[in-house]
Design a protein around this ligand. Structure first.
Ligand SMILES: NC(=O)c1ccc[n+]([C@@H]2O[C@H](COP(=O)([O-])OP(=O)(O)OC[C@H]3O[C@@H](n4cnc5c(N)ncnc54)[C@H](O)[C@@H]3O)[C@@H](O)[C@H]2O)c1
Ligand SMILES: [Zn+2]
Ligand SMILES: [Zn+2]
Length: 376
């Protein structure tokens, strides 16, 4: 008799086994917990969770620290208003190996190397049912709404565990989340093809802007112009492949971009600073028909000078609004992996170390606005 296909065998094995907890698994683990509604965190001993149906237990090899984790650690107004249910383990940017699987896990088994996708969607609400699970009405965020990955083990649904090539170091695999922010913001609008041959301006070179510089470079931009006041980050932007770096404290970014494009403006502007005045500057750098995508989260209302831009924006189409983050949670870590294959090096990513794509896309002429759908 021939052997059953591997997938069938794995499925059988998973179904037959009770929650697959290898005998070597400890019963307790260390976890960095938020215990009280005040600044700080506690390293506590907690039980190692047992995977339920469709869940995998990941032995954490690397976890990176996101700005969200700092909000939680500092217990600022955002954290105080957003987080309910202490104590909880925080951290959502995690990679590691599958240590055990629950029943009904069909694709992963112990030993597989995965990166956690921190957005848990319900699968049943209208957005989920219409293929837009990234804006699930019942979205739960790992390390915010449920126990996260600053621990020795992390429990996540199998569908949130993205298998990663073992050649990618854990500390690089753990930052697929912010890397995904950069990839999806850069490829929003018409997608990667818009980047090819374009002048791309990245406003703000924090970790995500720095990723975006590398993504635009790898995707074939004609020139990548980075704008960043911090000297250290200016240097990193150059290392990531920026053709020129503008210091906004020394020169006017709008005039410099205009000069660098012979007065045409940039076809693509990626706003990654969250600074209100910079968002306004971005709209004034755009070439007619260009696209600006906003990832940065402004601290308050933003005022935009659209005189001159409005005729372009309203010309042929009715403005449309819709919210979006990642197109599908499924796209998210696979696209970063693709960009890695196409020329971004792990070393480049490691230089940066470090949120989620919810982007606002302002596209002149077609005037499409995409509002942030989530933040972590
Ligand atoms: N929409 C979402 O879901 C989502 C998810 C993750 C992060 N974010 C936001 O994306 C942004 C980028 O994230 P990050 O982690 O890289 O943040 P970051 O704060 O590290 O980076 C912002 C950068 O902007 C630079 N900056 C300040 N003033 C500037 C100016 N005048 N011109 C150009 N640059 C200027 C800063 O020096 C800094 O390097 C943040 O605003 C963050 O809150 C949004
Ligand atoms: Zn849903
Ligand atoms: Zn994050």
């Amino acid at each position: 008799m021939g052997r059953e296909p591997k997938g069938v065998r794995q499925e059988r094995a998973a179904r037959a086994a009770p929650p697959d907890r290898a005998p070597s698994l400890p019963s307790a683990m260390k976890a960095l917990r938020k215990v009280r509604p005040e600044a700080g965190a506690e390293l506590a001993e907690v039980p190692v969770p047992t995977p339920g149906p469709g869940e995998v237990l990941v032995e954490v090899e690397a976890a990176s620290i996101c700005g969200t984790d700092l909000h939680i650690y500092n217990w600022d107004p955002w954290a105080a208003g957003r987080i309910h249910g202490l104590p909880m383990t925080f951290g959502h940017e995690v990679a590691g190996r599958v240590a055990a699987v629950g029943p009904e896990v069909h694709h992963l088994g112990p030993g597989r190397f995965v990166s956690a996708e921190g957005h848990l969607f319900c699968g049943f609400c209208p957005p989920c049912r219409s293929g837009r699970a990234h804006i699930c009405e019942n979205l739960r965020i790992l390390g915010v709404d449920l126990d996260g990955g600053f621990a020795e083990y992390l429990l996540i649904p199998e569908r949130n565990a993205w298998e990663v090539d073992r050649r990618i170091p854990p500390e690089v695999a753990s930052i697929h989340d912010p890397f995904g922010n950069a990839v999806h913001t850069a490829f929003s609008g018409e997608g990667a093809s818009e980047i090819v041959g374009a002048t791309v301006v990245v406003l703000g070179c924090g970790p995500i802007g720095l990723f975006a510089v590398g993504v635009a470079r790898a995707a074939g931009a004609r020139q990548v112009i980075a704008v960043e006041p911090n000297e250290f980050r200016q240097g990193l932007a150059k290392q990531m492949g920026a053709d020129s770096v503008i210091d906004p404290t020394k020169e006017d970014p709008v005039a410099t971009v205009s000069a660098a494009t012979e007065g045409h403006g940039a076809e693509v502007v990626l706003e990654m600073s969250g600074v209100p005045s910079v968002i306004d500057q971005g709209t004034r750098m755009l070439a007619p028909g260009g696209r600006m995508s906003l990832l940065g989260l402004p601290p308050g209302p933003v005022s935009l000078d659209l005189t001159g831009a409005v005729p372009d924006m309203a010309a042929d189409h009715h403005p449309a609004c819709h919210r979006h983050g990642r197109r599908r949670p499924g796209d998210h870590p696979s696209l970063p992996a693709g960009a890695l294959r196409r020329g971004l090096r792990g070393d480049d990513i490691r230089k940066i170390g470090k949120g989620d794509p919810a982007s606002v896309t302002v596209e002149r002429r077609t005037a499409r606005w995409h509002e942030p759908a989530w933040t972590t």
